[in-house]
Design a protein around this ligand. Sequence first.
Ligand code: HEM
Length: 317
Amino acid sequence: MPSSSIRPVDAQPQPVLGPPAPVAVFLVVTIEPGGEPAVRDLLSGLTGLVRAVGFPSPDGGLCCVAGVGSEAWDRLFGAPRPRELHPFRELEGARHRAVSTPGDLLFHIRAARTDLCFALVAEIMKRLREAVTVQDEVQAFAYFDSRNLLGFVDGTENPVGQAAAEAAIVGPEDPGFTGGSYAIVQKYVHDVDAWEALAVEAQEKVIGRSKLTNIELDMPGSHKDVNTVLGPDGEELEILRGAMPFGRPGHGEFGTYFIAYARSPETPEAMMRKMFLGGPESEPDPILDYSQAVTGTLFFVPSATFLDALPERSATH
Ligand code: HEM
């Protein structure tokens, strides 16, 4: 998509383009039958709720992105639907599986402080307690200098500024849903014992960057190489990643909560196909020999403008 076709900003996105934050919570819930009105109320007031919780701590950077799953979209809003919203497509390779797991709503909450994220989740759940079942709640954190629990710097090649908006925000190709985004999430757990048994050089071969200095290496078949996906005109396709570490060392749990925002879900899906299934001339991603995807869900993130207009929409719906 040539950048000249990017729309003028007519719908304000949710804070999808927010910078990496020290703390995040990923909350995924399913909606109980009859819970739709409470969910619509919550979503229509979300901007105000985040403002109320975050305002007293201006340096706290509290923000929240809410996403809606494919079936939930119909239950909550009916037609029209975002053009490319569908359930997460499970992938079954010879060695690796990308599972699809339940999720009607995603709340991706970021802040500089744990207490702000905690307080916002508490307020959201106060309003949704009777309406939803929590499927997953993950507290994630920035680890040393933006490293994941495999010890490598994560996020270096993320697009920034206008390039991030072009990668992540829906434009005129779906006129009813400009300012939206697609969020794809996968919770990964790592086999850190097997990973740490590898020599650093072998780890670098898996990732495709040097561990200490974070320099890109020419490593065919590495995670970096597998995730270099080209579009029809040979251009590199981009997504906006916000993956964060999580874990409970006392329970032997070490993970990466992967989230990607994309203007079209086809881009991260193409990356996942290469990772999990391999390509005609390439093997699956070696990172999967040390990382198992235990969840997988796709959401549409409507614009903030869409959410703020929900009360009027419900009145006419
Ligand atoms: C176990 C989960 C994962 C871990 C630990 C992980 C880690 C990393 C690391 C360390 C890098 C190199 C630095 C950087 O540019 O960020 C990277 C790059 C990247 N990853 Fe992942 N990743 C994971 C899953 C995924 C998935 C599921 C996707 C796609 C849907 C993905 C897409 C990418 C892309 C596009 C890049 C940038 C490639 C480039 O240099 O152009 N990653 N990842």
